[in-house]
Design a protein around this ligand. Structure first.
Ligand code: C2E
Ligand code: MG
Ligand code: MG
Ligand code: MG
Length: 281
């Protein structure tokens, strides 16, 4: 079926374009199959307190163990899933898997500090914009035997601004369920600062593009420091992503950035490896 469609499409495009379209169709079929065949898994990246170094949580990052192509990161397949309803199924699987993992960590005492770790889940635009998304989250939590307090949801500025009419209500519903709401890749989008004060948010994650240019780049310094100050002024927690060096850590912590994530602490790891990593701390 996919093959037949692929061949039909071929006649309407330049060869290079047709090859891409065909590859996408194959990928789409493989994605659906991969879900039923349980080829997806979550990797976990530690998030720590910037001052004490104490573990505060982990970000769940999607991986696909493709039978022929090996381990794939989200950039290799999310874009195809997002053009189809498939992203809703995949996104719900991610949410459910994170909720089940959070419950297991509580049962098995997988924690490094006084408080149990929260798992941060990335959302796609399609999920967040769907009517009744908070109801889906509630159902997934119930089915997993998990509490909203155990999870954090990461949205992008774009997702918030594209649905600015409904975003505040949806965010309020999610927070009422106990979930933490954070804005990922902050500083790369086009959030109006006026809207930022009206949205019920908990956290801003400074984009790793800025962090990577620290400590020397004065432009990145100015932007990063301004984001930290604004977040603190708005009563939001601020996290830095992609922290690789202790010079970057010093600068960020000095400005008041509360949490960090990146190679300096640990890269994303498979579940087992992450659990051993936590126990070894
Ligand atoms: P993100 O949410 O901004 O995640 C951070 C990305 O930076 C991750 O890439 C992570 O592996 C990488 N990273 C973390 N620390 C460092 C560092 O110190 N240096 C460098 N160079 N990179 C670092 P990854 O796992 O390939 O994910 C890419 C993007 O895919 C994520 O960006 C997120 O937007 C999206 N994504 C991941 N998992 C999911 C998911 O379950 N659902 C959806 N909708 N999107 C997801
Ligand atoms: Mg993220
Ligand atoms: Mg990010
Ligand atoms: Mg990103």
């Amino acid at each position: 079926q996919a093959k037949a469609r692929g061949r039909a499409t071929y006649q309407f495009f330049e060869p290079a374009l047709a090859a891409t379209a065909y590859a996408d169709l194959v990928l789409e079929a493989e994605l659906a199959q991969g879900l039923t065949r349980r080829e997806f898994e979550l990797f976990f990246q530690p998030q720590v307190d910037a001052v004490t170094g104490q573990l505060t949580g982990a970000e769940a990052l999607l991986r696909w163990r493709h039978p022929q192509r090996g381990l794939l990161g989200p950039d290799a397949f999310i874009f195809v899933a997002e053009r189809h309803r498939l992203m809703l199924d995949l996104g719900e699987w991610v949410l459910a898997e994170a909720a089940r993992t959070a419950r297991r960590w509580r049962e098995q005492g997988v924690t490094a500090g006084r408080e149990p770790m929260r798992i941060a889940v990335n959302l796609s635009r399609m999920q967040f914009n769907l009517q009744g998304f908070a109801d889906t989250v509630r159902r997934v939590l119930d089915e997993a035997g998990a509490q909203g307090e155990w999870l954090e949801l990461e949205l992008t500025e774009r997702m918030l601004m594209d649905d600015i009419a409904h975003a505040p209500a949806t965010l309020a519903q999610l927070r009422a369920l106990g979930l933490t709401v954070s804005v990922d890749d902050f500083g790369t989008g086009y959030t109006s600062l006026a809207h930022l004060t009206e949205l019920p948010l908990d956290k801003l994650k400074i984009d790793q593009g800025f962090v990577a240019r620290l400590p020397d780049d004065v432009g990145a310094q100015a932007i990063t420091r301004a984001i930290v100050q604004m977040a603190l002024g708005l009563g939001l927690i601020v996290t830095a992503e992609g922290v690789r060096t202790s010079a970057q850590l010093q600068l960020l912590a000095g400005w008041g950035c509360q949490q960090l994530q990146g190679e300096l602490v640990g890269l994303p790891m498979p579940l087992n490896e992450f659990e051993s990593w936590v126990r070894a701390r």
